[in-house]
Design a binder for this molecule. Sequence first.
Ligand SMILES: Nc1ncnc2c1ncn2[C@@H]1O[C@H](COP(=O)(O)OP(=O)(O)OP(=O)(O)O)[C@@H](O)[C@H]1O
Ligand SMILES: [Mg+2]
Length: 308
Amino acid sequence: MAENQSPAIETHGLRKVFGDKVAVEDLSLKVERGEVFGFIGPNGAGKTTSVKMLLGLIAPTAGTGFLFGEPLRNFHVRSRVGFLPEHFRFHDWLSAGEFLSLHADLYGIDEKTKKQRIPELLELVGLAEFSNRKLREFSKGMLQRVGLAQALLNQPDLVILDEPTSGLDPVGRLHVRDIIRGLRDRGAAVFLNSHLLSEVEITCDRVAFVKHGVVVQTSPLHTLMEEEILVEIRLRPVLPEVVSGLSQWSQKVEADGEVVSLSLTSEEDIPAINRYLLDHGVNVYALQPKRISLEDQFIRIIGMDGGL
Ligand SMILES: Nc1ncnc2c1ncn2[C@@H]1O[C@H](COP(=O)(O)OP(=O)(O)OP(=O)(O)O)[C@@H](O)[C@H]1O
Ligand SMILES: [Mg+2]
């Protein structure tokens, strides 16, 4: 595979079994450079296990994978990857600056670059004035920020973030969102595991839904959000036979007082429904299309029983 064309991540049938527990059944996916890819699924779906295989931290039971065209076991390619683990074990006796310096040394970054990059990264994650503070005195969100700075030390071409914003306040999340956009703008790929679906909705180009170790659907975010249109109609009088006649446009018609909700697959149905109601003696007071959230889609695709 030619290095300059190969995707950031490509996997074929990756599988991981712990004893008799299948953590990841069959992971086949491709993440392009310059793409922000959301990997979402319920607790225990196999997201962290998948990430660990991508990073070569655990060996797959079966299947193959490549980062930038190099096999996962290739040690060399890992220098191009940044990683924020789900459970970061910090050296809490170090200050933030010392901690980043240690990790920069592990990457083999030279002193001059280090002196410039560490303050830049602390600034980027909003910790500029805490460089000399010991990590043991950091709050959860501050630790997550310094963990993110660590993941960016080597100016990675692929950044893998496992729940990067779970401990962050709204301003911290905004910071992370900007950082992710900045990474995409410079052509890096971002692989994001997150339960915060509103975050994923704002930042990701594509999402994969994973359930019981299988990717059940992968979609560009915009098509996912346009797939279904929820419409709320406030009408009077509520004539039951007219309301039930709405089922010709939608399988899901729910009435709650004077408000009828239904889901449509085409925007063109909206004027037709409006005409139908007027023709049948029902006045329309409001007709409001609502956007489907990623959370709605998650429940629809994964279901309520997706976890553990
Ligand atoms: N080292 C291990 N030994 C045995 N079972 C494991 C191990 N690591 C993970 N598992 C199991 O594999 C499954 C997937 O775990 P994983 O941590 O990948 O889920 P996840 O999708 O990241 O969940 P969460 O959203 O809670 O972080 C779970 O059932 C878990 O108990
Ligand atoms: Mg996890």
